[in-house]
Write a protein that binds this ligand. Structure first.
Ligand code: ADP
Ligand code: ADP
Length: 231
């Protein structure tokens, strides 16, 4: 078994029992591997992440985590092992510090600063006084897409998760922020199990395995070279 294993997962959303979203999907993500999920919009990529986080449970099949049914873990324990850098970064508080600390509410200022530095968020954060004692005044709503994304990365660094999940993490950025964010992500992914959602094959060339989904089924699986026919 992998660190994450999907075994014959079938799924429909409770609100739409007539609509099969996932049909007998099986795959493994081994420790320290970077696995990419690609496929057109509506293929079921985000649903896989929701199932992994147990926002929903599969209709049939099993999701194993370290070889054990993910249902056997308390939700908080399961979720504490994963960090998600989402497509649209949701900000939880009014301040940068609150937003970085989300998911680790007992974080110290020093920890937050270290996370921000590691996520290349330091430069812009330095413009504001980061320190919970002098609560950062900048409201989340005023941050640019690139800044929000770097906050999400800092949040993930602080959590130090065993599994990192990236959902189209750089899709909405201009090329300058994209480079900064990508550098931060590359650092964050080093030596960590990661699951990366992408629209385009070209953005996940370095993945250990690429899983191509379409209409809730795996249609292809392999390395980038295998999928484009070079191997
Ligand atoms: P994307 O294609 O970028 O993954 P979508 O536009 O398909 O995103 O979906 C955006 C959000 O709306 C998702 O969080 C998804 O959970 C929700 N959503 C999508 N389709 C439906 C639906 N038929 N009913 C309810 N919520 C939906
Ligand atoms: P992708 O991430 O590949 O774009 P999704 O997993 O978001 O695909 O969506 C897969 C299918 O599930 C789509 O048909 C979408 O409309 C549907 N869907 C997503 N979220 C919901 C939801 N909350 N309720 C009902 N249907 C949903």
């Amino acid at each position: 078994d992998g660190q994450i294993s999907f075994r014959d997962i079938s799924f429909h959303y409770p609100s739409r029992p007539d609509l099969t979203i996932m049909d007998s999907v099986s795959f493994d993500v081994y420790a320290d591997q970077k696995v990419a999920l690609v496929g057109p919009s509506g293929a079921g990529k985000s649903t896989i992440v929701s199932l992994l986080l147990r926002l929903y449970d599969p209709v049939s099949g099993h999701i194993l985590f370290d070889g054990k049914d993910s249902k056997s873990f308390p939700l908080s324990e399961l979720r504490s092992q994963m960090a998600v850098v989402p497509q649209d970064v949701f900000l939880f508080g009014d301040t940068i510090a609150e937003n970085i600390a989300y998911g680790k509410p007992d974080a110290t200022v020093a920890e937050m600063e270290a996370a921000a530095r590691q996520a290349n968020a330091w430069e812009f954060i330095q413009r504001f006084p980061l320190g919970l004692d002098t609560v950062v005044g900048e409201r989340g709503i005023q941050l640019s897409g690139g800044q929000r994304q770097r906050i999400a990365i800092a949040r993930a660094v602080l959590k130090n998760p065993r599994i990192l999940i990236l959902d189209e993490a750089t899709s909405a950025l201009d090329s300058e922020s994209e480079k900064l964010v990508q550098d931060a992500l590359d650092k964050l992914m080093e030596g960590r199990t990661s699951l990366v959602i992408a629209h385009r094959l070209a953005t996940v060339r370095q993945a250990d395995k690429i899983i191509v989904l379409d209409k809730g089924r795996i249609v292809e699986e392999g390395t980038h070279n295998e999928l484009i026919g070079l191997d």
